[in-house]
Design a protein around this ligand. Structure first.
Ligand code: SF4
Length: 685
């Protein structure tokens, strides 16, 4: 059983969190059941035909639970017609009514659908974005007021056998919670617990919980904290996972996978929704791809012993971000350490035997942006430019070593000033020759390797050494580490970093490596290597889940994704993962809602249009939200907000403050840009 500070049973081995089973209609969620996939319709709920058609399309692509918005009693009443029509079509998929601000609508909806989703931030509170002071007595009175409003729904769901999701959203917490806990994961957890306690008081337990945020890091911390708190309180309710307002395309998939995948890796999550600003049917295959791995994982696959006779591993705080502090590793052009941005590295795909093809590959993706050799740019894609900051090359023979030296000379002559990391593990006796030509020595030691010559060579030429350990098991990592550190100590050379041989299951091994390094007080930088032999979408989802989990825990000073995909895809993915985990911001950040029946404009085209005008504003966060009811609350920490206020009308926000109301849609883009300019965040494209 996890303790207050532990959110899962074992950080080093996959275990699904133990939960009770909740029946959403005929679909059991939690326990040993597969992780369920759900989505939400975007058609107007009052348009029965369109909503029914959309539900049917979702069912056809495998969606197991469908949510429909019910903003008022009218929509809640129309769920009856939608349900009847679906049954007439032979469709029995469980429906969920999505409720915000309208307890009356929830009570009506419960008559017709299998589950009701409420948002504890706005079920009984009108969010006013004001800060109130609450004394303990006032706080208790507030809780009594909530109970009064919520109790009828609890009793109704209990008597009708309906399930309920208590779905907290970061950014739409009540003033009461904000006052006491702030806009924090703790506040999100407490917001849900207030409602859970009322359910339990009336002996109602058909509850699923969620802790969504548009910031994957906040979502991860909130779900972890909820799991830990539930374990301590002896509660075992299943979790619905999601990242809100993730956006579209690759960015939407990366954000979702970082948030949802990281949690699934730790066995947390019983049903998921991938919220994309795309047609709802597009969400379902992505969600299935994401859960596939975990639905087929068997518990206790490989039991690895964590030795107990050594200092315990140092583990990051799972509820609060803190970058792992490390010593510095210096390499030509930049340094790696906990004080510097995580870097992006790639492997050279071309063979070393053909210098001209290899140089062409480098020059194609690694173009020089200015005469400053520190400004190394590659993969320019429209307005986005991504830098590859080190090229990895393997040399397996002396002949290849010569070819590499030739390649480096040619690249240098063509002003392609890039550091080369050279893996020479297969020609261990060539350390001095490699050190002369390479900018970093990469080596995988074996038990009988003589490391003294290698370290001497690195020291003589002032090169960093990347120790690439084969992670056969945790014991192997531990023994190799000891052996390396001993040699470095003997020769007093510490310009080093660590990595593990590429693999697609990297999370636990890297957790172990970082934890063991820290426990040994050997705080050296770590390069995260991920490799996969998969299609682009599977690589996006799995790499984002695993690298995302590590980066959100502050582990990783550089990342290297190795896959049989074009270099610009790998670069873009690397930077998207760094952006989603917020450890390195390289472009504009968009928070766009997935749209639903409340949406007041075409969210996909609006998002595309705004992106095309603002995607050069590095680091600026812009929210594009479909409605004024939930939009402002759910755009979390956006700098600017573009929110549907009525038909063809838009409200503009700076932070959480609405600064322009009811602007005609055709003027809204221009006014948004003026607003960004007046706030000093605009730069000319
Ligand atoms: S913000 Fe978007 S998804 Fe959320 S309720 Fe409004 S329109 Fe629907």
């Amino acid at each position: 059983m996890a303790s207050e500070t532990e959110y899962c049973d074992n950080l080093f081995q996959y275990h699904r969190r133990k939960t009770r089973v909740i029946h959403v209609g005929e679909v059991p969620v939690g326990g040993d059941n597969p992780i369920r996939v759900q989505s939400m319709t975007i058609a107007d709920t009052m348009n029965t035909k369109a909503t029914v058609e959309e539900v049917i399309q979702l069912v056809e692509v495998g969606c197991e639970i469908v949510r429909i918005t019910a903003p008022s009693i009218n929509e809640a009443e129309n769920l009856k017609n939608i349900k009847t029509e679906l049954i007439n079509h032979g469709i029995h998929v469980p429906l969920v009514a999505d409720i915000h601000f309208t307890p009356n609508a929830a009570l009506v909806a419960a008559d017709y659908v299998e589950k009701v989703r409420i948002n504890p931030g706005n079920y009984a509170d009108k969010k006013k974005f004001e800060q109130y002071e609450y004394t303990d007595t006032e706080y208790l009175q507030e809780l009594e007021r909530i109970e009064e409003k919520f109790k009828p729904l609890v009793l109704k769901c209990k008597s009708l056998g309906r399930a309920m999701r208590i779905g907290t959203n970061h950014g739409s917490l009540s003033d009461r919670i904000m006052n006491r806990y702030g806009d924090t994961p703790e506040g999100m957890v407490e917001s849900a617990l207030e409602f859970v306690r009322i359910c339990e008081k009336y002996d109602y337990h058909e509850i699923i919980l969620s802790m969504k945020s548009s910031n994957p890091l906040v979502a991860i911390q909130a779900y972890r904290l909820l799991a830990a708190r539930m374990a301590k309180l002896g509660m075992d309710y299943p979790f619905h996972l999601g990242v809100t307002e993730a956006g579209d395309g690759e960015e939407g998939r990366v954000k979702s996978a970082v948030g949802i995948g990281s949690l699934l890796e730790d066995g947390i999550g019983d049903t998921i929704r991938v919220s994309l600003t795309e047609d709802s049917v597009a969400e379902v295959p992505v969600a299935f791809k994401l859960v596939e791995k975990y639905n087929s994982l068997k518990e206790n696959m490989t039991v690895q012993n964590i030795s107990t006779n050594r200092k315990p591993l140092r583990r990051p705080n799972p509820f609060e971000y803190e970058r792992r502090q490390t010593l510095t590793c210096d390499q030509v052009y930049y340094r790696l350490s906990g004080d510097n941005l995580p870097r992006v590295e790639l492997s050279l795909a071309a063979s070393l035997s053909d210098t001209s093809i290899a140089v062409d590959e480098i020059s194609e993706f690694f173009r020089k942006r200015s005469s400053d050799p520190l400004q190394l740019v590659s993969g320019t894609n429209g307005k986005e430019s991504f830098e590859c900051e080190t090229i990895h090359v393997s040399v397996r023979s002396r002949e290849e070593l010569q070819q590499f030296a030739e390649l480096k000379k040619t690249a240098f002559k063509r002003a392609l000033w890039l550091p080369f990391a050279v893996d020479f593990s297969q020609i261990a006796d060539s350390a001095f020759e490699v050190a002369k030509a390479a900018d970093r020595l990469v080596f995988s030691p074996r038990s009988n390797s003589d490391l003294a010559e290698l370290v001497s060579a690195a020291k003589m030429f002032g090169r960093p050494v990347e120790w690439k350990i084969k992670p056969a098991n945790f014991g192997a990592i531990e023994n190799t580490l000891k052996f390396i550190l001993q040699t470095c100590e003997e020769l007093d050379y510490w310009n080093i970093l660590f990595s593990l041989s590429s693999d697609h299951n990297i999370l636990r091994n890297y957790r172990y490596l970082a934890g063991r390094l820290d426990a040994l007080e050997a705080a050296f930088p770590v390069l995260l290597r991920y490799s996969a032999d998969n299609d682009l979408e599977s690589t996006i989802l799995d790499a984002s889940s695993q690298l995302g989990s590590l980066l959100c825990d502050g582990i990783g000073d550089s990342i290297h994704i190795d896959a049989n995909l074009p270099a610009d895809d790998l670069l873009r993915l690397s930077y998207n993962i760094l952006q989603a985990t917020r450890v390195r911001i390289s472009k504009t950040d968009y928070i766009s809602c997935p749209s639903c029946g409340r949406t007041l404009f075409d969210l996909q085209t609006t998002t595309e249009r705004i992106k095309s005008k603002t995607d050069h504003l590095k680091g600026v966060k812009i929210a594009i939200m479909g409605c004024i009811v939930n939009g402002p609350g759910e755009m979390a920490d956006a700098d600017f907000g573009y929110v549907g206020a009525g038909p063809q009308k838009v409200n503009l926000f700076i932070g959480k403050e609405c600064v322009q109301r009811n602007i005609p849609e055709e003027e809204a883009d221009r006014r948004l840009i003026e607003l960004i300019k007046s706030d000093g965040k605009w730069v000319e494209p």
